[in-house]
Design a protein around this ligand. Structure first.
Ligand code: GDP
Length: 196
């Protein structure tokens, strides 16, 4: 198994238009999730950082695709969060255009990591995002975040609901995760490292 030194992480760029997307022979893992689901917190947990990917940045305001290069071996591609209620229609459209372009381009990523809230049924936007990932043909890992907020008895049924709602294959990887406590980090890390 390849190794990844997460202490060697650098911000590369923020792409606001398709021309700025990075197409590279370096493998890329893309992170997606609705605003406030804890996407930045998950990335920070994976990298053992507090404030690398921003946490709590004004939700829905940053319609950029952010690129980080980790250990010169893999790109972490942070897609803009979606589903924030207070966002204007024009910003929603901008998000939709950028994402359509991203998923229509070949070779921009090798693994999808979709972050959902383990407490709730995935939203219509989550389902759309999962469909984009499935259509890409790349493997998809679903991270069910905020596990620390669930009762033990809720874990199995909630994970089953997530799988069913997103219409994931039986062999799909769904990782119970807590960015706050660190549960699930090892498993997510092994999935990420598998594309190097
Ligand atoms: P993003 O908008 O998806 O990047 O979400 P953030 O990473 O900014 O997190 C949104 C909020 O959820 C913050 O207040 C985080 O502290 C909180 N949060 C993120 N992950 C977890 C988790 O695993 N457990 C709990 N309890 N809170 C979390």
């Amino acid at each position: 198994m390849a190794t990844l030194n997460v202490n060697r992480a650098e911000f590369i760029k923020s792409a606001a238009s398709p021309a700025q997307f990075i197409k590279s022979s370096v493998p890329a893992v893309v992170f997606a999730g609705k605003s406030n689901v804890g996407k930045s917190s998950v990335i920070n947990r994976v990298l053992n950082r507090k404030n690398f990917a921003r946490v709590g940045a004004s939700p829905g305001k940053t319609i950029h695709v952010n690129y980080f290069l980790i250990d010169e071996k893999i790109y972490f591609v942070d897609l803009p969060g979606y589903g924030y209620a207070k966002v204007s229609q024009s910003e929603r459209d901008r998000w939709g255009k950028l994402m359509e372009n991203f998923f229509a381009s070949e070779g921009l990523f090798d693994l999808g990591v979709m972050i959902v809230d383990s407490r709730h049924k995935p939203t219509a936007d989550d389902i759309t995002m999962a469909q984009w990932f499935k259509a890409s043909g790349c493997p998809l890992v679903v991270v069910a975040n905020k596990l620390d907020k669930l009762k033990k008895s809720e874990i199995v049924p909630n994970l089953a609901l997530i799988k069913a709602t997103l219409e994931l294959d039986d062999d799909a990887v769904v990782i119970p995760f807590s960015a706050e406590k660190g549960q699930g980090r090892e498993l997510l890390m092994s999935e990420i490292v598998s594309i190097i």
